[in-house]
Design a protein around this ligand. Structure first.
Ligand SMILES: Nc1ncnc2c1ncn2[C@@H]1O[C@H](COP(=O)(O)OP(=O)(O)OP(=O)(O)O)[C@@H](O)[C@H]1O
Ligand SMILES: [Mg+2]
Length: 384
């Protein structure tokens, strides 16, 4: 593990606070004033997005570099010391497929993270953005993205100490640099939120589709929950579509369900993104989709580790000798009223009956307008 060469030298205000001095080792501390300057006073014109943790602004730092400046929302604030301890852990981590944390700002009530700015936005806004992006993802590029994300996740799961379960692997958390190298963002961020705090996501319909049922419903968090989310993402990248699309005919709306149907009919190749115009390696594409199904198996034990996934994606391990059973579909675990409601034009409502019996782990969501996901206590089991 490599440490960042950042040390707090520049900020006189931070040096006056003994808490901060104790907290920082590897992370650069920015003053609030510096960040105001970088973002033109957090001008709406510089706002590039908003997620469950707060708003993100594009800014230009004193050294001329662009940065993505994430202002954590009030609910996610924690004490300076705890915050800096966590930030130190994140700042120490460096990998080609992980977004680099430049530093942070902890002045007064502000909790702000400063990241390397990625030029080509996220997979959600480009590949899966419904044609709003001018980027074209050919088959080779997609393979590179799948392998890169898998490597980044394998690093978090198997090399970093203490290991990190991301908890929110999804297309909007995969950012792309100028060469379309994928970088996983927001790793370690869940730890900055006190465990009893609610993570409010603005895109729960999407997030919901990435959640391993045992985590969503039982609150059991292991690396295998990330591997499930990765499997969904893998199928999205190959098919070029979101995991849920209510505008499609009912039997095609849920991507994993569709993948399983086609797998059973030995027609998996039919799921590959039509915008590739047939220019792809069909055998490899089907293998990638099968790996996606393996990662989303109902039993977490049947899901391969991320290291094995990297080996399978790069052809260093056989993927065909593994038996594939039906993937875990969140709809199978829920009293899912989506279809019925759509027929009667009522608001789409997911209702987890088993979750509501379990006070420790609830997840309710009303999609699409008032999307809220609540995770009360997700136990973190490092043994898997
Ligand atoms: N380092 C970065 N470089 C460029 N754009 C970024 C960067 N970090 C975030 N963004 C942009 O800001 C948007 C919002 O990011 P944010 O992480 O806050 O929300 P999210 O990923 O949609 O949801 P979540 O809070 O669950 O992660 C992203 O969709 C991305 O386009
Ligand atoms: Mg994010």
């Amino acid at each position: 593990m490599t440490c960042f060469p950042f040390f707090s030298k520049g900020s006189s205000s931070s040096r006056q606070d003994p808490d901060i001095d104790e907290g920082i080792q590897n992370v650069r501390i920015f003053t609030y004033k510096e960040l105001i300057k970088a973002t033109d006073d957090f001008s709406p014109a510089n706002k590039i997005g908003e997620g469950g943790f707060g708003s993100v602004y594009k800014g230009r730092l004193k050294n001329g570099k662009f940065a993505a400046i994430k202002v954590l929302s009030a609910e996610s604030r924690q004490g300076v010391k705890e915050f800096l301890t966590e930030i130190n852990t994140i700042a120490e981590i460096q990998h080609e497929n992980l977004v680099k944390l430049y530093g942070c700002c902890v002045e007064r009530n502000n909790r702000i993270l400063v990241y390397n700015y990625l030029e080509n936005n996220s997979l959600a806004q480009t590949l899966l953005g419904g044609g709003h992006s001018s980027l074209y993802f050919d088959w080779r590029t997609r393979c590179g993205i799948c392998i890169g994300v898998a490597r980044g996740l394998a690093f978090l799961h198997e090399e970093v100490r203490p290991l990190i379960v991301h908890r929110d692997i999804k297309a909007s958390n995969i950012l792309l640099d100028k060469d379309l190298t994928p970088k996983i963002s927001d790793f370690g961020l869940a730890k900055l939120i006190p465990p009893n705090m609610t993570h409010v996501s603005t895109r729960v319909a999407g997030t919901l589709g990435y959640l391993a049922p045992e985590y969503a419903i039982g609150g059991k968090l292991t690396r295998k929950a990330d591997i499930y989310s990765f499997g969904v993402l893998l199928v999205e990248i190959v098919s070029g579509r979101n995991n849920t699309n209510s505008r499609l005919p009912i039997e095609e709306q849920f991507l994993l369900e569709r993948a399983w149907q086609l797998y059973e009919r030995k027609e998996l190749v039919g799921l590959v993104d039509p915008s590739l115009n047939g220019e792809f390696d069909a055998e490899q594409a089907c293998k990638y989709l099968k790996i996606g199904l393996l990662c989303t198996q109902e039993s977490p034990k049947l899901r391969p580790s991320m290291t094995s996934v990297v080996k399978m994606l790069t052809g260093k391990m056989d993927a065909d000798d593994r038996k594939i059973t039906k993937p875990a579909l969140i709809s199978d675990f829920m009293d899912l009223k989506v279809r019925k409601n759509q027929e009667s034009n009522i608001d789409t409502t997911y209702n987890t009956s088993s979750a509501s019996e379990n006070q420790d782990s609830t997840m309710t969501s009303s999609a699409p307008s008032t999307s809220v996901t609540t995770f009360s206590t997700a136990q973190y089991d490092q043994s898997m």
